[in-house]
Ligand binder design. Structure first.
Ligand code: TYD
Length: 214
C-alpha cells in the first residue's frame, strides 16, 4: 500500500539527506507553507529511537538482528503512534522523513540475517516518493570524517567504508527491484555529488507541490 503525500530521503551515511531535508523545511517556511508539512526522521526521537542511538554510538551492543527488530518497532510507532505519519497524512499534510524502511532493508540486510528486514517491514506502507541520494562511498566517508573533526563527534558503528560500500550496492539493487514491483512509488535518484543548492532546486520541483489533494 502506498501512503499519499509521504516522502522519504534515503542514502548511505554522508550522502547529505539531513542537509537537504533541512533545506526543504526552510524553503516551505519561507513560502509560508509550514502548516502543510511535517519533517521527521528515523531513528525517531521517542524512547525506542533513543535506545537505537545508543547502539549506533557503540555505547551498548547487541546481535545485529536485535537492531532489525528495534528499528521495526521504532518505525511502527513512527507510523501509527499518536501524531505519527499516518495521522499527519490523514490530516492532509505532507510528511518528509529522513530515512525509512529502505534503511532497514539495506543496513540490516547487510549486517544481519538477509531476509529478516523484509519479513519485519513488508507490511508497512510505502511512501509516494523516495529521493535516493547516490554518492560514491569513498566521497561519503571523506565527508563523515570532515564532519566528525569539525563537530567533535564520534563516528557511529556503521560509518566504515567497507560496510558503506555493501549498503550502497544493496540500496541500488533494492531500488531497481522496487521500480519493477511498485511502479506507483516514485523513486528519484539524486546525484549527491552536485552542489547542495542545485540538489535543493531539483527536490523542490517535486516536493514543492505537496501536499496534493486528490
Ligand atoms: P543518520 O540518519 O545518519 O543520523 P545521524 O546523522 O544522526 O547519525 O544515522 C542513522 C544510522 O542508523 C545510519 O547509519 C543508518 C542507520 N539505520 C539503520 O541501520 N537502519 C534503519 O532502519 C535506520 C532508520 C537507520
Amino acid at each position: 500500500m502506498i501512503l499519499k503525500n509521504f516522502v522519504v530521503f534515503e542514502g548511505i551515511d554522508g550522502s547529505g539527506t539531513t542537509t537537504q531535508i533541512q533545506k526543504l523545511e526552510s524553503r516551505f517556511a519561507a513560502e509560508g507553507k509550514s502548516g502543510l508539512v511535517r519533517f521527521t526522521r528515523e531513528p525517531t526521537a521517542n524512547e525506542i529511537g533513543r535506545l537505537l542511538r545508543q547502539f549506533l554510538s557503540g555505547k551498548i551492543s547487541a546481535h545485529p538482528d536485535t537492531l532489525a527488530f528495534l528499528f521495526a518497532a521504532d518505525r511502527n510507532e513512527h507510523l501509527f503512534g499518536r501524531g505519527g505519519i499516518a495521522e499527519e497524512t490523514g490530516n492532509g499534510r505532507a510528511v518528509f522523513s529522513d530515512r525509512y524502511l529502505f534503511s532497514s532493508l539495506a543496513y540490516q540486510g547487510e549486517s544481519g540475517s538477509p531476509d529478516l528486514p523484509q519479513k519485519l517491514n513488508g507490511d508497512f506502507p510505502l511512501p509516494e516518493y523516495v529521493f535516493f541520494f547516490d554518492l560514491d562511498p569513498e566521497t561519503a566517508m571523506q565527508r563523515i570524517l570532515a564532519r566528525s573533526t569539525l563537530e567533535h563527534t564520534e563516528r557511529e558503528i556503521f560509518e566504515e567504508t567497507g560496510f558503506q560500500k555493501k549498503v550502497s550496492g544493496k540500496y541500488k539493487s533494492l531500488f531497481a527491484s522496487f521500480r519493477q514491483t511498485e511502479p506507483d512509488m516514485h523513486i528519484l535518484t539524486i546525484d549527491a555529488a552536485l552542489p547542495p543548492e542545485e540538489i535543493a532546486g531539483k527536490i523542490w520541483k517535486t516536493a514543492g507541490i505537496l501536499p496534493k489533494f486528490n
